[in-house]
Structures are given as structure tokens and as C-alpha cells.
Ligand binder design. Structure first.
Ligand code: SGN
Ligand code: CA
Length: 523
């Protein structure tokens, strides 16, 4: 009897050891079976350069960095079409622009098509959309929506709550968060939730909250190496109208140099009044801040290169002050999750609808496939069981968000979704991944005059075709020339590389079924 008992003890321990090892080696084992909540936060025009987890030379963003510290930071995150409405349509559908129909900002999104919030809603999720929507048609697939009309306003903005317009007093980034937290507080706690929280900030014209007007005033920001780019051998880059150095960036309209005697030059026939929607207290704080800047400018007006550099600093000060509010408000939401026991079962995503030029090539705005606007920040804090932490280097794109969220929610990914689920990466598994990205931009001719183009980006190279009113190719070696100043297309030593990249490009166009460039734009 005694011996038998002794024999079973090691057996028991061996079994226990195997169970522990199995659980340890099988990351899926400790994923809770309850579907996690999804909190998807997206700002508008937030370049990754202005998040300290990516770059600490411009601003400290402690709350966004918290996401990176507690979760993951994507080092190679991109969009498919660097502009607002199209990016949002890609995110909702998981399909490239030519299939979801939203080629540019002037299109009306067809809300009857399949989107991930609809699929989540059908599977029992409670869904909500708060903030900037910008898709022209009303949101579909949401139990609750409260959106900014069009681009929205920074001060005392109008919101459209389930079809009903209401003006709300205050600053847009704080209000959008208030609405989101209020919805979370009153939701049906028996169901998992999916909340899309979309900030207007830091979109042009970069109006900071009165609290933060002065925060960045004393800082001088490092000027990008290629700020004085002359666009040699890059025809489309030369033809753009998104230059800080030109009056594309306007002193009054963009930089708020509004004076009572109308002395500061503006290219517009009318004068922008940034205080038009403000109440007395807001207007007083605004004038207290900007009037001395205007007076200093008028007294000692910079000229030539000095004017360009002055404009760059002014731009940065306002842009970064807007981001300060975004960061604060991300902190409020994270605190809410933590204080309400939601941390372990909520996927938190932070991204922007695209990247932005912060003086690189002398520019503001986006649209081009060049790195700063092709990239977009992407940070995530993962629900329990998802072991990946730190940096993720795979080439991901906003086309992947739908598939990823559905997969994490335990919902089958429809076959027509073109993106790939990042779930295996987030679980910390080795997984095959794409080695090239496809991009296609359409909004031309338009405000910033960025020509139509498509292209392919691999880890090392980028091949671009500008088409429509021109027929120009560009090639960059991203390892040797990360600032994309040296167009190598046409150089004989790159013939072979170009040939291979062209094959890769047409392969992607075939795979994604993109014929929207028409015959004349074909590669
Ligand atoms: C507005 C801006 C542009 C910007 C587009 C698209 N001008 O038209 O500078 O490129 O939006 O931005 S503004 O004077 O109205 O601010 S997007 O993010 O909505 O796509
Ligand atoms: Ca945008």
C-alpha cells in the first residue's frame, strides 16, 4: 500500500509539470473565453513624430507612452491612402479604397456595406461612435453615435447625437472624451462593448485649448534636415501646395496672426476670425496669448529663410499644444478603465487617421506616400492572455484593423476583408507576414495639389508612380536615404531592382483587385 502511494506521487508531479508546461507553451490557453471590450481611439493628423514613445524631441506624451509601456508599439505602421475619409472607410471595412468606394474626402461613404462594428453588433457587442466621423453618410452599425459634423470645430462645437444637432460649450477634445465616458458609464454592462473615440485634434487649424496656449511658446523645435528641400528630380513634390515656406501655410488663417488693423498679410480675401465661436472668457484668454505674438511679429517681421523658420516654430507650438490635450484625455480614459475593473478585458488601440508632415520637406499636411504621412502611429494595450509586449516590427496597415478586431472578438473574418489579423503577432506567436505594402492616393486636383499616385514599399525600397496629368516614377532606397531626397528611378544600376519592384507592384494590384487607376495610369 505504502509503496503504491509513493509511486503515484512522482506521477502526479510529472502530470502537473506537463500541464504547467503546456499552458506556458500554449499562449492561447489563458485567453479568457469572454469576448474582450474594444476601445479604439483615433486622432486626426497626429504624426508619430509627436508621440514621445516614438520620438522625444518634440513633446512628452506620458499617457500615450503608457500604452506603449504597458502594451505594444508598432514601429512599422502605415495607411493605404493618407487622407481622412478614405482612411476611416478602410479602417471600418478592411478593404482598400477602390473596393469600399471612398476614394477621397468628397465621396459619401456607403453605410450599407459590411463594417466591423456591424459584425460586432450582430455578435452581441454594444457599439458606439463618438467624435470625428467625416464620412458624409450617417454612421451605421452603432447602438449610439454622437459625431462632429464634417471637420468639426475646436471651440463650443456642434455635435450630432443620433441625428439631432446640439452645440456643447467647451473644448472639443475634452467634450469628445466626456461623451465617451458618459456612454461607458451608462452602457449595458452585461454585453461587451466596442467604442470608437475619434478626436478632431490635432487637425488644421491647430487651435489649442486655452489652458495649454502658452505651454509650448518658449520652446524651439529642431528643424528637420530637409526643411529647405528644393525637390530636385521630384516633379510631384515640386508641384504640391502644402508648403510652410509658401503661403500655403497662411499667417492669419493657419498661424493666427490676427490683428485689429489687418496689417498681417493673408492670401485669403476674407480674414479668418479664430475667436468666432468662442465665449468671452475663451476669447479673452486667446487674445491675451496671441496679441503679444502678433505685436512682436509686426515690430520685428522676419524675412526670407528666417520667416520660414519662424512659421515652422509657430506651427509646432500650436500643433503640439493640441496634442497635449489629446494625451491628457487618453489618460482620462485609461484611468477610467483601470478604476472600473476593465483593464484586463479591454483592447485599447491608439492611432491616427494618417501621419503628418511636421516640417519634413518644408511641409505640413499629408497625402503623399512619403514616409511621414504614409506612416501612422499605432499603440495597443492588450487584453489578458495576449503576451506580446514592446516593439512590433512587421509591416502593418490600417487595412488590418478590421480583421484584427474581429479575430480578437472571436468572430470569423469574412473572406472579402483584404487585411490580415494581427492576433498571432499580439499573442507572441511566430507568424508569416507580408513583406510589401500597397498604397493608392486619388484626391487630385484639390486643395494641396498632391497628384494621384500609387506605389509599393518593402523594407528597403519604395517605388512610386505619379499618374493622371503626369507620368512619373520615383524610387527610393529607404536604408540609404530615409528622408527620400534622392530619386533613383532611371539610374542604370537600379534597373534590376525596378523590374522586380514593378512585378511586385502589379502583383499587389492584382491581389487587391485594383484597376481604379485606369488604362492611362497603369504600370
Ligand atoms: C481641410 C484642410 C486641409 C486638409 C483637408 C483634409 N483645410 O480641407 O488642409 O488637407 O481638410 O484633411 S482647412 O483649411 O479646412 O483646415 S482630412 O484630415 O480631413 O483629410
Ligand atoms: Ca486626417
Amino acid at each position: 500500500m505504502k509503496t503504491k502511494a509513493l509511486n503515484t506521487i512522482p506521477l502526479f508531479f510529472i502530470a502537473l509539470l506537463f500541464t504547467v508546461l503546456f499552458i506556458k507553451c500554449n499562449p492561447k490557453e489563458d485567453i479568457p473565453t469572454d469576448p474582450p471590450n474594444i476601445l479604439y481611439i483615433m486622432s486626426d493628423d497626429h504624426g508619430y513624430q509627436a508621440i514621445s514613445a516614438y520620438n522625444d524631441k518634440l513633446i512628452q506624451t506620458p499617457n500615450l507612452d503608457r500604452l506603449a509601456d504597458e502594451g505594444v508599439i508598432f514601429r512599422n505602421s502605415f495607411v493605404t491612402n493618407s487622407i481622412c475619409g478614405p482612411s476611416r472607410a478602410v479602417m471600418l471595412t478592411g478593404k482598400h479604397s477602390h473596393l469600399n468606394g471612398m476614394l477621397d474626402n468628397s465621396t459619401k461613404f456607403d453605410g450599407s456595406q459590411q463594417t466591423f462594428p456591424k459584425l460586432l453588433q450582430n455578435a452581441g457587442y454594444q457599439t458606439a461612435m463618438v467624435g470625428k466621423w467625416h464620412l458624409k453618410s450617417d454612421p451605421t452599425g452603432f447602438d449610439y453615435w454622437n459625431i462632429l459634423p464634417g471637420q468639426g470645430q475646436y471651440y463650443n462645437p456642434d455635435f450630432i447625437e443620433m441625428g439631432e444637432k446640439k452645440q456643447i460649450e467647451g473644448y472639443v477634445t475634452n467634450i469628445t472624451t466626456d461623451i465617451a465616458l458618459n456612454w461607458l458609464n451608462n452602457r449595458d454592462t452585461k454585453k461587451p462593448f466596442c467604442l470608437l473615440l475619434h478626436h478632431k485634434a490635432p487637425h488644421r487649424t491647430w487651435q489649442p485649448d486655452t489652458t495649454y496656449l502658452a505651454s509650448f511658446l518658449k520652446n524651439q523645435y529642431p528643424v528637420p534636415d530637409n526643411f529647405f528641400d528644393q525637390y530636385e528630380n521630384r516633379q510631384a513634390a515640386k508641384a504640391q501646395r502644402l508648403s510652410i515656406r509658401q503661403n500655403d501655410m497662411d499667417l492669419v488663417y493657419d498661424l493666427k496672426m490676427q490683428d485689429d488693423e489687418n496689417k498681417v498679410e493673408t492670401r485669403f480675401k476674407w480674414r479668418m476670425d479664430h475667436t468666432a465661436r468662442m465665449n468671452d472668457a475663451q476669447r479673452a484668454a486667446w487674445k491675451k496669448h496671441y496679441d503679444p505674438i502678433v505685436q512682436r511679429y509686426l515690430k520685428d517681421t522676419p524675412k526670407g529663410d528666417n520667416l520660414y523658420l519662424w512659421k515652422y516654430q509657430r506651427y509646432m507650438q500650436d500643433y503640439l499644444a493640441c496634442i497635449r490635450s489629446v494625451d491628457d484625455n487618453v489618460g482620462r480614459v485609461l484611468d477610467y478603465l483601470d478604476e472600473n475593473g476593465l483593464r484586463d478585458n479591454t483592447l485599447v488601440v491608439y492611432t491616427s487617421d494618417q501621419g503628418f508632415y511636421l516640417g519634413e520637406h518644408g511641409w505640413f499636411d499629408k497625402r503623399f506616400i512619403y514616409e511621414e504621412s504614409f506612416r501612422t502611429p499605432l499603440l495597443m494595450r492588450l487584453p489578458k492572455g495576449y503576451r506580446k509586449r514592446g516593439e512590433i516590427n512587421q509591416l502593418v496597415q490600417n487595412i488590418d484593423y478590421s480583421a484584427t478586431i474581429l479575430d480578437i472578438a472571436g468572430i470569423a473574418i469574412p473572406k472579402d476583408i483584404q487585411g490580415i489579423s494581427m492576433k498571432p503577432i499580439l499573442l507572441g506567436e511566430d507568424t508569416e507576414w507580408r513583406d510589401a505594402l500597397y498604397y493608392h492616393y486619388y484626391e487630385f486636383p484639390n486643395e494641396h495639389m498632391v497628384k494621384k499616385h500609387y506605389g509599393v514599399r518593402t523594407e528597403k525600397y519604395k517605388l512610386i508612380h505619379f499618374y493622371d496629368d503626369i507620368d512619373v516614377w520615383e524610387l527610393y532606397d529607404l536604408e540609404k536615404d530615409p528622408n527620400e531626397m534622392d530619386n533613383l528611378f532611371g539610374q542604370s544600376q537600379y534597373e534590376d531592382t525596378i523590374k522586380k519592384l514593378k512585378i511586385r507592384l502589379s502583383g499587389l494590384q492584382e491581389e487587391y483587385r485594383d484597376t481604379s487607376m485606369g488604362k492611362s495610369g497603369a504600370s
